[in-house]
Design a protein around this ligand. Structure first.
Ligand code: HAM
Length: 424
């Protein structure tokens, strides 16, 4: 017997309806905000993530599924979506289109992490990326989009944590200050942090180890180091968020785990998740496209973990489901299976959701099955009624049945089920 690999999960039909519902809300919202869908490959050249996400990050150092294909290329299952979408933006010259270019994606990402509730090795993100605008309005648009998404799902209690991590002009001074702060205490940090202190001191702020978090408590806040441009941008983001009625909390130690960020960074934190697990996060990445070999193009976006979101929604009993319940069961006495099959086709063509018993059991067993499907109506084809051009329409919810003329059964069911499809 095989089981699915550790950290992966099958999504069976009942659960898939919750996913469809959630993804449907994401897609509708993106259409309302003017974001077009992009689908990038599940694997990319490994180098893309080294350059995009950053060499000294957990993702690149420890979490990537990297393999060599039969031609000797190093490929990696995408651990995130921003670098791939940036690569596609460049490859397809989307910078020649009217800017900004606003894109969204929904799909699997892969990270070799220690699995637990809401943390998977194959997980699913809904993300958006805006390329070609440096305006703080773009930052706030993506944050409000994410907020509207949580609201539409009925997920309350989501905190917006906000920070700015400066730009290549002002950040070096802050990194020096961090190194000065950390150096005398570095012996108390984990091996990863010790290694990263000189190369990438921001990462020490983001370490998940308890002892490192404790020792980072009094780091100097970045605000004192921001240049005037970054400071003004950050101020405007806060003003716009407040004007949009969104509450947020400034978290000076929020740096995010990926290296491409500049200026605004944010995370959506839910009280039901452990302190280290966010529902989603994002920020501005004004240097990413250049890092990937393109012209300077500012960008901002977010991604949220849909697996995690579903865990939270289930805890509060609130996930919806896509409308896929069967509406009609067609049952036929032996000898009338073909007629039943053709009637089911007609009903489906009229837009109804129809199940049909394939006639491999007696009518009693068929009735029992129909009761278990949850469909409110059954149509029975019996030899006597069929001869008289009639079928039996049975109410599976209230009980009771009646005869209906054969040519009337499609419009009749459409009427009862409130489907406009019968008018086609
Ligand atoms: P990230 O913070 O690495 O950012 O991931 C975003 C979200 O994906 C997390 O907040 C979390 O909900 C979910 N997630 C991450 N890892 C796992 C996992 N192993 N299992 C389940 N869920 C997980 C990014 O990926 C950036 N690309 C976001 C972004 C887009 N920034 C700008 N644009």
């Amino acid at each position: 017997m095989f089981s699915s690999p550790r950290g992966t999960a099958d999504i069976l039909p009942e659960e898939a309806r919750e996913w469809q519902w959630m993804e449907g809300i994401a897609r509708d919202l993106c259409a309302r905000y003017g974001y077009g869908e992009i689908r990038t490959p599940l694997f990319e050249h490994t180098e893309l993530f080294h350059r995009g996400v950053g060499n000294a990050t957990d993702i690149v150092e420890k979490e990537m599924y990297t393999f060599v294909d039969r031609s000797g290329r190093s490929l990696t299952l995408r651990p995130e979506g921003t670098a791939p979408v940036g690569r596609a933006y460049l490859e397809h010259h989307l910078n020649a289109l009217a800017q900004p270019v606003k894109l969204y994606y929904v799909g699997s990402m892969f990270r070799y992490e220690r699995p637990q509730a809401g943390r998977m090795r194959e997980f699913h993100q809904f993300g958006v990326e805006v390329f070609g605008s440096a305006s703080p309005l773009a930052d706030v648009e993506v944050i409000t989009l994410a907020h509207s998404f949580y609201e539409a799902l009925g997920s309350r209690d989501t905190l917006i944590a906000l920070n700015s991590i400066g730009c290549p002009q002002c950040r070096p001074r802050y990194l020096e200050a961090l190194q000065e702060y950390y150096r005398p205490k570095i012996g108390g940090f984990c091996a990863n942090c010790q290694r990263r202190l000189e190369r990438n001191p921001l990462r020490l702020l983001d370490c998940k180890e308890e002892q490192c978090r404790r020792l980072s408590q009094d780091v100097p806040p970045i605000y004192d180091y921001l240049c005037s441009g970054c400071r003004a941008h950050f101020q405007q983001v806060q003003e716009l968020l407040a004007a949009s009625g969104l509450a947020f909390q400034l978290q000076p130690r929020l740096v995010r785990g990926l290296d491409y960020y500049t200026r605004t960074v944010f995370e959506f934190i839910h009280s039901a998740l452990g302190a280290q697990d966010a529902l989603g996060g994002g920020g501005r990445y004004d240097g990413l496209i250049e890092d990937l070999g393109g012209p300077p193009v500012p960008g901002v976006g977010f991604a949220m973990g849909l697996d995690r979101l579903l865990v939270v929604l289930r805890q509060s009993g609130r996930p919806g489901k896509a409308e896929t319940d069967p509406q009609v069961c067609v049952l036929a006495f032996s000898g009338l299976e073909k007629e039943g099959f053709l009637l089911a086709r007609q009903l489906r063509a009229a837009g109804l959701r129809v199940l049909q018993d394939f006639g491999e059991r007696g009518l009693k067993a068929q009735m029992k099955w129909a009761g278990r499907t949850g469909a409110p109506w059954a149509v029975l084809l019996g030899p006597d009624e069929w001869q008289q051009q009639k079928v039996i329409l049975r109410d599976l919810t209230a009980g009771g049945q009646e005869e209906v003329a054969r040519e009337q059964i499609v419009p009749e069911l459409c009427r009862r089920l409130g489907s406009a499809a019968g008018e086609r």
